[in-house]
Design a protein around this ligand. Structure first.
Ligand code: HEC
Length: 135
């Protein structure tokens, strides 16, 4: 009797954990597949929003400079030989801002910015560095 009950509990737990891990997998997929804009059609509003995030909530300017010129602790984010964000691609910039750079003061999502804010700030940096948009 006891054995049966324990088997049932273990079974139920197994189902529960299975459901949990598939939810986690779906969540991970969602995180890995952000809707980054097509770089040929970045909405100007998104760049404006990204500029705001960079200079306020994200506090990126503290290290990267108000004009993206770089500073004593962090590199410029204008066109340069990218160190972490491979080739300065939009998705690479997004990934660096999302995950940070391990072992450096570049933390994941500085200022606790949301995913849409991360996309906007990445689109802003891309537009300044690749299209000469106003910093
Ligand atoms: C506390 C300082 C600090 C803040 C705040 C900060 N960064 Fe950084 N960031 C760094 C440093 C340092 C690096 C370079 C890490 C390394 O490779 O040594 C870096 C690297 C980067 C890179 C990659 C540059 C490259 O050459 O590949 C991007 C993109 C970036 N930061 C974006 C941002 C954005 C966007 C924000 C705000 C949301 C931000 N950073 C806030 C310090 C900072």
């Amino acid at each position: 009797m006891h054995v049966v009950r324990i088997a049932w509990v273990v079974g139920a737990l197994g189902v529960g954990l299975g459901a949990m891990s598939s939810t986690a997998a779906a969540h991970t997929r969602a995180l890995q597949a952000p809707t980054l804009p097509d770089t040929n059609a970045i909405p100007p509003d998104m760049v404006t929003e990204g500029r705001k995030v960079f200079h306020s909530k994200g506090m990126c300017l503290a290290c990267h400079g108000a004009q993206l010129e770089g500073g004593p602790v962090a590199p410029t984010l204008k066109a340069h030989a990218w160190r972490d964000a491979r080739d300065g691609d939009l998705s690479a910039i997004y990934n660096v801002v999302t995950k940070g750079v391990r072992g450096t003061v570049m933390s994941p999502r500085p200022g606790g910015i949301s995913d849409p804010e991360t996309i906007a700030v990445a689109a802003y940096i891309w537009s300044v560095s690749h299209r000469g948009a106003k910093p």
